[in-house]
Every structure is written in structure tokens, then in C-alpha cells.
Design a protein around this ligand. Structure first.
Ligand SMILES: [Zn+2]
Length: 406
């Protein structure tokens, strides 16, 4: 209960802040009904106001409330006059007003459509190679239909849905990425009696490499026209994705190829991870993404991929050169390698647009063919490694001596 107040305390309430005074004035007297009889007795001002409030009909607000202060009899009279005049002359035609409102709304919708069309047209502006800023100029054999720089991620992602120089590059790796997400989901959700936990972990490295590589490539080609900073950043992700795909491709085939040979398996896996890490570090250098280093990029990733020849020869030697199963598995790997090599060479030499400048602006650019070959190579690799896994798993467990075989 509140401490008892004396009349001197009431005087102390008087010097309140202006806002507090206004708040008090806005309250109804009835709100003070919570005061106990003792409070009424001890706070004579409150008692007086309560008596006034209780005596009035319906508890009106205090005379000093803003509601009363804002009342303007002149304005009220004016409104009254207007309504009376409209009613007396019959000018208040609601159907006409509704018609006007509809016409106005239609006009607004039309203007909004025009505005949206202009924004769309500005966002879809396609320019020639020479109209691009230097940072966006990459391949001078592609003459027209380049997206103009558009520093908006929304505009960049919207460009997925219209035709320009990057459309096929975007879709090839977007569809490849979706394809591998579906395959990985199917593979990893098989019951453990069908595919056991260890196989799933090993294959996951490959799936992760493929999905990250194609996903990063799709994003890079989509947002590459945003700005110089964004282009540089996402080109690094794109190159790191290629390294991850190569590392991810090596892991399952080294695992099954040297299933019972622990030492070579560990040595090769260590080498692959070190080489992959080195490639990623090189990819992070700003100069690495510039057009004049195109051949260096192709050479680096090609060299890394072809280093797989060493364990492949070792595998054939240890399994027997003319044993049909290893030959088939290596055959698939060789096909995968051929697809990657072809793609990398086309990419490095910019064929066929070099031979047909300006004719491959939308379709059949070297980069598009390279993308398709990467997707095909990854699919072939998945098939080849699956066969190796089946062969290993049907052969049963390794003997303890086999783990020491070099
Ligand atoms: Zn690409």
C-alpha cells in the first residue's frame, strides 16, 4: 500500500515535467477511482475531481484534454455547410466518384507497368564487348550480347532468365549442380544394408566436390557482371571449386583402387590434398583470374588432374595389366580424363570462337563446351568409381598382410 501522504506532499507533486502534466490531463477522472477512501481523504484535490466526475453523465474527459482543445467550431460549421449543400443540390454522386476512382487507379497501374518495364529494360541492357569496362572484358572473340555492369544482385539473378553471353554457362552448371544434389541425396539415403556408412563418407567427398564446383561456377557466372570487386571474389570461389572437384574425384578412386594397400593409399591421398591446397592458394592471388593468365589456369588444373596417371599406372601394375575389371575401371577414368583435358584445352585456346569471332556470342562458346564436358566428366567418374566400389565390395575383406603391400 502507498505510504500515507500529508498536504505538504501534494504541493511537491505540482512542479512536474510538461509531458507528465499533459499525460495527467489526458487521463479520465474515473481512472483515479482506484484510490482508496484513505487516499481520497489524504489527497483533497483528487477527491474533488472524483466528485465532479461521478456527478457528470457518462464520465466526459476533463475540460483541458487535447480533444477539447482541438475542437474548432468554425471547421465544424464549414463541414456542416458543405454536406448540407451537397445533400440539398444532389451533387454528391457516388457512382461518378467510384468511376473516377477506378479511372485513377487504372492510370496508376498503367504508370506502374511502364515504370517496371523501364526498370526491366535498364536491367536487361546488353552491350558490345568494347562498351564493357576493362574489368568486365574477358574474351574479345565474343562480340555482342554482354550484360552491362549492374551492381544489384537481384538484377544479376534475374539475368538467369534471359539470353546473353553467360546464359548457357549459368544453366549448364546450375543443372549439373542440381543433378548431383539429386544423385547424392539418392545415394546417401540408401539403407545401410545396401550401402554402408564408410562408402557413403568416401562418396560424399566426390559429391561435395562436384556440387561445390558447379554451384560456385553457377554463382560466379550469374553475379560476374555485378562489379569488379564481386567478379574477383567469386572468380576465386570458382577456381577453388575446380580444385575441390579434382580432390573430391581422387579420394574415392584412390580409396577403392588401393583398398587393401594402406601405405600407397595414404601417400597418394596426402599428395592430392597438398596439391589441391596449393592450387587453392594460387587461385586466391588476384592476378590469377586475369584474362592473360587463362593458359596458366588451364595448365595448373590440367596438371593437377593428370597427376592421376601415376596412381592409375600403379593400380594397373598391382592388379595385373590384363585383368579385365581394373582395365574397365581405368577405362572409365581415362574417358573422364579425356573429357576434362578436351574441356581445358578448348578453354585455354578459346576454340571455336577464335575461329568464328562474333558467331559464338550466345551458343557454342569454348567456355560452354568446357562446362558441359566437366559435367559429363564428373558423371563418367561417378560411374567408374561405382564399378570399382562394386568390385571391391564383392571381393570381401582384405587380409592383414595385404595392408602392408606397396
Ligand atoms: Zn565457368
Amino acid at each position: 500500500m502507498a505510504a500515507a501522504a500529508n498536504p505538504e506532499d501534494v504541493i511537491e507533486y505540482a512542479p512536474m515535467e510538461p509531458e507528465a502534466v499533459l499525460r495527467c490531463h489526458r487521463r479520465r477522472v474515473s481512472e483515479f477511482s482506484q484510490f482508496s477512501e484513505l487516499d481520497r481523504f489524504e489527497l483533497p484535490e483528487v477527491s474533488r475531481l472524483l466528485e465532479q466526475d461521478e456527478g457528470s453523465e457518462g464520465g466526459h474527459a476533463l475540460p483541458s484534454t487535447p480533444q477539447d482543445e482541438s475542437y474548432d467550431p468554425l471547421e465544424d460549421e464549414l463541414v456542416d455547410q458543405v454536406i448540407n449543400r451537397e445533400e440539398s443540390t444532389g451533387d454528391l454522386d457516388f457512382s461518378q466518384m467510384a468511376h473516377n476512382a477506378i479511372e485513377h487507379a487504372e492510370e496508376l497501374v498503367h504508370k506502374a507497368e511502364e515504370f517496371a518495364h523501364k526498370v526491366w529494360a535498364a536491367g536487361t541492357r546488353l552491350v558490345s564487348f568494347h562498351a564493357l569496362p576493362p574489368w568486365a572484358q574477358d574474351n574479345d572473340y565474343i562480340h555482342k550480347s554482354h550484360r552491362a555492369p549492374m551492381p544489384s544482385f537481384y538484377a544479376c539473378f534475374r539475368s538467369i532468365f534471359y539470353i546473353h553471353t553467360e546464359t548457357v554457362n549459368i544453366w549448364t552448371h546450375l543443372l549439373g549442380c542440381i543433378g548431383f544434389v539429386i544423385i547424392a541425396t539418392y545415394f546417401l539415403t540408401r539403407p545401410s544394408i545396401e550401402i554402408d556408412y564408410q562408402e557413403k563418407v568416401v562418396f560424399s567427398c566426390f559429391f561435395a566436390g562436384a556440387i561445390v564446383c558447379m554451384g560456385a561456377s553457377f554463382i560466379f557466372h550469374t553475379v560476374g557482371c555485378h562489379s569488379k570487386r564481386v567478379l574477383r571474389l567469386f572468380s576465386k570461389f570458382d577456381y577453388c571449386g575446380i580444385s575441390l572437384l579434382i580432390v573430391g574425384s581422387f579420394i574415392p578412386w584412390l580409396y577403392y583402387g588401393f583398398y587393401c594397400s594402406f601405405v600407397p593409399k595414404v601417400i597418394y591421398l596426402t599428395c592430392v590434398i597438398c596439391l589441391g591446397s596449393a592450387c587453392m592458394v594460387v587461385s586466391l592471388v588476384d592476378k590469377f583470374g586475369e584474362p592473360e593468365y587463362r593458359s596458366l589456369r588451364a595448365g595448373l588444373f590440367l596438371g593437377f588432374g593428370l597427376s592421376g596417371v601415376v596412381p592409375a599406372v600403379h593400380y594397373l601394375y598391382s592388379e595385373g595389366w590384363f585383368n579385365s575389371v581394373p582395365l574397365t575401371a581405368v577405362g572409365w577414368l581415362a574417358l573422364m580424363g579425356a573429357l576434362y583435358v578436351a574441356g581445358a584445352l578448348l578453354y585455354a585456346f578459346r576454340v571455336p570462337e577464335r575461329w568464328f569471332p562474333g558467331k559464338c556470342d550466345i551458343y557454342f562458346q569454348s567456355h560452354q563446351i568446357f562446362h558441359v564436358l566437366v559435367v559429363a566428366g564428373a558423371m563418367v567418374h561417378y560411374h567408374g568409381v561405382s564399378e570399382m566400389a562394386m568390385h571391391r565390395l564383392t571381393n570381401g575383406e582384405c587380409s592383414s598382410e595385404q595392408h602392408l603391400v606397396l
